[in-house]
Design a protein around this ligand. Structure first.
Ligand SMILES: Nc1ncnc2c1ncn2[C@@H]1O[C@H](COP(=O)(O)OP(=O)(O)OP(=O)(O)O)[C@@H](O)[C@H]1O
Length: 319
């Protein structure tokens, strides 16, 4: 995974300096279960059309954060605004503007896939122009499964149906909690295309959690890393990489003998390498620091106590 292969630069207007009102805004969000604090003051902003990936180790507080934003869970303290309202007091009209794809499957096992989507369609009609069941099933690659009893769908097909359920009301804001768990590679690719069309074509803001760093890198305009209930990094993948290392790794052979070199400027190094050694250079590979390298490094910094919050520059943006 090479962070030089990123989303197109047209996403740069989203997020930073975005003039529009954020669709999600939290300030000093805190959560305590019993006597255990799991969120320690989370400041998060998401803007219209922005895709933000919330990453972090197991138990970091990602699902808790998302559930608070969805209005499923009451926070212990702090300010939260989602689509202009406090999620604790969101009404049906507010809820209809939000799409939710939960981590756990909600059991409608005896329903048929198309029937369930038709049923949900009716909830949205007073508020929005929802997708029809057939449109949704086509979007998630289940066009031929409309009459299938949900209990008979495979795990990956159920997950696709979960995604369809989240999209029924053409949401302005979509929450995706580990959306592609169980997807086969083609389904994953189709899903990524779908998310990109929602974000670019319809200005849907998306907050997703995932443990798939390749997915985060491919889809997200901005990456937020949560560790131990705190945001420890917030920025584009390039910005996060720059905090960890500005070096690339160049691998090659000279007369068949392997060499590896870490360099600041790979282009200049490679140019000079060929000028000096010409055709004897073989098997050239240039690898920038990967998001996985960045993630592991930032989380390790946090766990060793060297990092407790994102750099000041990024904190300013969140205010
Ligand atoms: N209902 C609950 N009651 C008590 N503790 C909870 C509850 N839900 C979550 N927790 C605890 O809160 C912490 C954060 O959990 P959360 O599910 O938000 O993490 P996560 O980042 O989504 O993890 P994962 O990557 O494993 O899904 C964990 O320590 C978890 O055990």
């Amino acid at each position: 995974m090479d962070i030089t292969h990123r989303k197109a630069a047209d996403t740069s207007e989203k997020g930073r300096g975005h003039p529009a009102t954020p669709v999600i805004q939290t300030r000093d969000l805190r959560m305590r279960y019993g006597t255990t604090d799991v969120l320690h003051g989370v400041d998060l902003r998401v803007h219209p059309g922005e895709v933000v990936a919330l990453l972090g180790p197991n138990g970091a507080g990602k699902t808790t954060t998302i559930e608070i934003l969805e209005g499923f869970r009451r926070r212990s303290a702090g300010e939260v605004e989602v689509l202009g309202a406090d999620p604790d007091h969101g009404d049906d009209a507010w809820l209809a503007r939000i799409g939710i794809v939960l981590q756990s499957w909600r059991d409608h096992g005896k329903w048929r896939a198309g029937e369930l989507l038709d049923h949900l369609h009716r909830f949205y009609v007073p508020f929005r122009k929802p997708y029809r069941a057939d449109e949704l099933l086509r979007m998630v690659g289940l066009a031929d499964r409309a009459d299938a009893v949900i209990g008979t769908l495979s795990g990956g097909q159920r997950r696709r149906l979960d995604v369809a359920i989240g999209l029924v009301g053409r949401p302005e804001l979509l929450f995706l909690d580990e959306p592609t768990v169980g997807f086969d590679p083609q389904a994953r690719r189709d899903f990524h295309d779908l998310i990109q069309s929602l974000s670019h074509g319809q200005d849907t803001a998306i907050l997703l959690t995932t443990h798939d760093l390749d997915e985060a890198e491919r889809l997200a305009d901005r990456i937020v890393i949560l560790a131990g209930g705190r945001i420890v990094a917030d920025g584009t993948a390039e910005e996060l990489a720059a905090q960890v290392s500005s070096e690339s790794e160049v691998r090659y052979t000279l007369d068949g003998v392997p060499h590896t070199k870490s360099v600041q400027d790979a282009t200049t190094y490679v140019r000079e390498l060929f000028a000096e050694h010409g055709d004897t250079v073989g098997n050239l590979q240039v690898r920038a620091v990967s998001l996985e390298d960045v993630y592991v490094s930032l989380v390790q910094e946090y766990e060793s106590g060297r990092r407790t919050q994102p750099p000041a520059k990024l904190m300013e943006v969140a205010r």
